[in-house]
Write a protein that binds this ligand. Structure first.
Ligand SMILES: [Fe+2]
Length: 489
């Protein structure tokens, strides 16, 4: 029986808005936990590390607070021979170190007016995604800030990744993609002046080997990208900063329902003028599941954000922009096909029923045809996910789901972890943190990926709260530079 954990509901008070209290409230200790009580059994062929990033402000914010402002904190569940070690640690960003030296928050957030506050810049907090690359975990931020390299075992921050002396001020978007066959990492950067985007490739040693400007028609807020074996797929979506607000030092998001969504397909090492753009129905798109090539076509399966509609069926641009700004998600599984020969693009909804987001899959197949994906079921409350669901992305069919209670149990982004000797694409496990708000308990849960509906095969009781957060990843032993026992994986 789980014991309730102790967790301050509002360590910085209630005056900074709702997204820093309750289940968002930060934890203020870094801990290492072992020998935690387990219901069920942690599989012995589950070896590697589940990492989850999220906002966790260390000091009282200076003004209104948004989850993109909070210092990045990683929560790690390391599985080894049936044993589990949990760790949590803040990413030691430049901002975290500056705050630490002063004993207070020294940055403004994205909801603050920045004009006249140039001496206290916006926080660049590495709190959005974490992926594995070149033996390290890489923590990134949604506005394309600095990426930080982290030891996936100890969670020590080793360095800010400059990937080989790029022009100062250039960042890395939240969701770089790693080709696990070549070890290359593809990423984009975006900024509020022409050309508005850049695209790059980092090799398997962690060195930047390709970086080109990508011209967009104006400032944009792209969130994700995709890769196939030979191409990268970049996003030009009708979501952007209001220019007047930007000039006044503020962030205000606009959505234009009459502009197409465009996806640009560029050869992995292509030059700027080699990109081919395809136009689709207007939408925002947070997350790509996977991309691959089929003959002349590049296929992208993604979670398409559904624009908010008026009663007459037209798009409500204002409410759509507001929903995006508050991280609301109303998304459906969607497949895009882009024919590189004819220039034609087609799109189709794969499953109209389920509002699902924060996808994961077997990353051995990044850029190659994959079939299974594991997502969270959404509810209207920001970042509160009510269960996990497996999909067949060929057919759009839901292959099973699980929730411990859709009204008060919140899940982290689940990630697929292959078994040590996988016999099929979905032979392995799905890992997630689950917080039961009603009972005040925190668990780490392990599912058999072949049978999500069975429920967790292991529930690990945690005395330490995990605030709701953003993205996660799975790193296999052979992807971890200092995995403690190299005989595994
Ligand atoms: Fe994201």
């Amino acid at each position: 029986m789980n014991a309730p954990f102790k967790h301050s509901d509002a360590p910085f008070g209630h005056e900074h808005g709702p997204m820093i209290t309750g289940t968002f409230a930060p934890v203020l200790e870094e801990v290492v936990l072992t020998d935690l009580p387990v219901t069920g059994k942690i599989p012995s062929d589950l070896n590697g590390v589940y990492l989850r990033n999220g906002p966790n402000p260390r000091f009282k914010p200076k003004g209104a607070y948004h989850p993109f402002d909070g210092d990045g904190m990683l929560h790690a569940a390391q599985f080894k021979n049936g044993q589990l070690t949990y760790r949590n640690k803040w990413v030691r960003t430049e901002g975290w170190n500056a705050n630490n030296a002063k004993g207070e928050e020294t940055h403004w957030g994205i909801m603050s007016t920045l004009k006249g506050r140039e001496d206290m810049p916006m926080a660049d907090v590495a709190n959005t995604d974490v992926i594995g690359h070149a033996g390290k975990a890489v923590a990134t931020w949604y506005l394309a800030g600095k990426a930080y390299l982290i030891d996936p075992i100890t969670l020590e921050t080793t360095e800010a990744a400059d990937y080989g002396n790029r022009a100062p001020g250039h960042g890395v978007s939240a969701h770089p993609k790693v080709d696990e066959v070549t070890g290359e990492m593809m990423f984009f950067d975006y900024f509020d002046h022409a050309p508005y985007m850049a695209y790059g490739v980092v090799d398997k040693e962690g060195k930047l080997v390709h970086h080109v400007p990508i011209e967009l028609p104006g400032n944009r807020l792209p969130h994700d990208m995709g890769i196939s074996e030979n191409y990268s797929i970049l996003h030009d979506l009708p979501v952007y900063h209001d220019e007047d607000a930007l000039a006044a030092g503020r962030h205000k998001i606009r959505f234009n329902g009459s502009m197409p969504a465009r996806f640009g397909v560029i050869p992995r090492f292509g030059q700027s003028d080699e990109i081919k753009w395809f136009e689709f129905s207007p939408c925002f798109l947070y997350h790509v599941i996977n991309c691959w090539e089929e003959g002349d076509e590049v296929v992208m399966v993604a979670c398409r954000f559904m624009p908010v509609k008026n009663e007459d069926g037209t798009i409500d641009e204002h409410r759509t922009a507001k929903t995006i700004a508050h991280l609301g998600m109303d998304a459906r599984l969607w497949r895009y096909r882009m024919n590189m020969k004819t220039g034609e693009g087609t799109e189709e909804c794969l499953n109209a029923e389920h509002n699902c987001e924060f996808p994961s899959y077997n990353t051995s197949l990044t850029g190659r045809k994959s079939r299974y994906a594991y997502l969270v079921d959404h509810n209207p409350n920001t970042l509160h996910w009510i269960g996990i669901r497996k999909f067949d992305t060929d057919t759009g069919e839901s292959l099973g789901n699980w929730t411990d209670g859709p009204k008060d149990c919140w899940y982290s982004e689940p990630w697929f972890a292959p078994a040590d000797n996988p016999q099929s694409e979905d032979h392995g496990y799905v890992i997630t943190f689950m917080r039961d708000e009603k009972l005040g308990k925190q668990e780490l849960q392990v599912f058999d990926a072949l049978n999500i509906s069975h429920g967790p095969i292991a529930r690990v009781e945690m005395p330490h709260a995990i605030p709701v957060g953003f993205h996660a990843c799975w790193m296999k032993p052979n992807q971890i530079e200092n995995w403690p026992d190299n005989s595994i994986g």
